[in-house]
Design a protein around this ligand. Structure first.
Ligand SMILES: NC(=O)c1ccc[n+]([C@@H]2O[C@H](COP(=O)([O-])OP(=O)(O)OC[C@H]3O[C@@H](n4cnc5c(N)ncnc54)[C@H](O)[C@@H]3O)[C@@H](O)[C@H]2O)c1
Length: 366
């Protein structure tokens, strides 16, 4: 089968979209955006509501008549079949995943089950449903993935779409496997797919086990700021709204069978980023400059900690014309403001299982 990437004749519009993992951090931003940019589309959000999924992330769209929430697991083929036959989806935007590297180190099987088997189950149901409807030429399966599949960089260089896969954590290995399965469905069965691999996201509604919201929360509460190793690991940070815009761009105009790296050309060492957050949060709270620096606590490094990630997003920029819309200063200021203004959200999402996990993994380290 000739599976070289092919452009769509015109920008795609949809009538029925399935978004998986829409109650999570990125998924909630994607749903909000698609309800705006696909005005004819009904959007079904399938989410298992794990500790990371929270309907509080989508309160503002609950009343939208084009939006439906379905609680369920992407590994549940019967449920998926029912949803496909009821809603006749013409695209799937697949974000549901176990997403936190630290948790993948303590519980790798959960990651392999959701991220690999869950993706394969979803693909298989989509293939059957779309084959039966005879609509394979008019649909799209969009798999949202991570730059971590490429492994770890030294001081130089950037990940491109042709960088060989070299995942090193159970999380990145599970995402790499799911990318391969998605491509296999394209090459073997002619399933129209696109994949994007994005760098680290930051912004509102991110569960506070991830670096930026964890640090903001702890600076506010004056708790220790745990930093792995010497804090020299480098990440390329992208504002979540810019990732959602990139996903929307790829959904509308991405070439079938193509892969797009998404990143902000915005590299920060963890330690420098934490200093920046201390500066911003302390200033917002009227504390003296440097007030929270003493909270920095270096902790034993993460097992197999990748040193550096950095994305070359030229392909997405030149082929589809996407660019980040904000500077890091703008995005970070917006993010800090959001967490300071939404303490009730933070209390709600951290009130359950997470508190126990936090106490074991973060609170008393150092
Ligand atoms: N956060 C990042 O920086 C980043 C960067 C690049 C790519 N990604 C990818 O983007 C996607 C979303 O990431 P995120 O940060 O929003 O994650 P998240 O952990 O905030 O959200 C994941 C969502 O998936 C749901 N989910 C988990 N297991 C499920 C299952 N078995 N069935 C149905 N739903 C399930 C959770 O309830 C949650 O709502 C993931 O695929 C991740 O690999 C994330």
């Amino acid at each position: 089968m000739d599976t070289a990437p092919t452009p769509p004749a015109t920008a795609r519009t949809f009538s029925s979209l399935l978004v998986t993992g829409g109650a999570g951090f990125i998924g909630s931003h994607v749903i909000r955006r698609l309800l705006r940019t696909q005005p004819e589309a009904r959007v079904v959000n399938l989410d298992a509501l794990t500790y990371a999924g929270n309907l509080a992330n989508l309160k503002d769209v609950e009343g939208n008549e084009r939006y439906t929430f379905a609680k369920g697991d992407i590994r549940d083929a019967d449920l998926l079949q029912r949803l496909f036959s009821e809603h006749e989806f013409d695209a799937v935007i697949h974000l549901a995943a176990e997403s936190h590297v630290d948790r993948s180190i303590t519980n790798p099987l959960a990651f392999l089950e959701t991220n690999i088997l869950g993706t394969a189950t979803l693909l298989n149901v989509a293939k059957h449903a779309w084959t039966e409807r005879g609509c394979m030429d008019r649909v799209l399966f969009y798999h949202v993935s991570t730059d971590e599949v490429y492994g770890s960089l030294g001081d130089e260089g950037l990940f491109t779409e042709t960088t060989p896969y070299d995942p090193r954590s159970p999380y990145s290995a599970s995402k790499a496997s799911s990318d391969h399965v998605v491509r296999a469905y394209h090459h073997t069965y002619g399933m129209p797919i696109v994949i994007s691999n994005c760098s680290n996201n930051y912004g509102s509604h991110q569960f506070p086990e991830k670096l930026i919201p964890l640090m903001i929360r702890n600076i506010v509460d004056q708790r220790p700021l745990p930093i792995y190793g010497a804090g020299i690991n480098v990440r390329d940070w992208l504002w979540v709204e810019d990732h959602a815009a990139a996903i929307d761009t790829v959904l509308q105009n991405g070439w079938v069978g193509d892969t797009y790296n998404i990143g902000g050309l915005n590299e920060w060492r963890n330690i420098d980023l934490v200093h920046k957050l201390i500066e911003l949060v302390d200033a917002k709270l009227g504390r003296p400059e440097g007030h929270s620096k003493a909270l920095i606590t270096f902790v034993t490094d993460r097992a197999g900690h990748d040193l550096r990630y950095a994305i070359d997003a030229t392909h997405l920029e030149t082929r589809l014309g996407w660019k980040p819309s904000v500077t890091f200063e703008e995005g970070l200021a917006n993010t800090v403001d959001w967490y300071l203004d939404n303490k009730a959200w933070m209390d709600e999402v951290t009130s359950g299982d997470y508190q126990q996990y936090y106490d074991q993994h973060y609170a008393n380290r150092g």
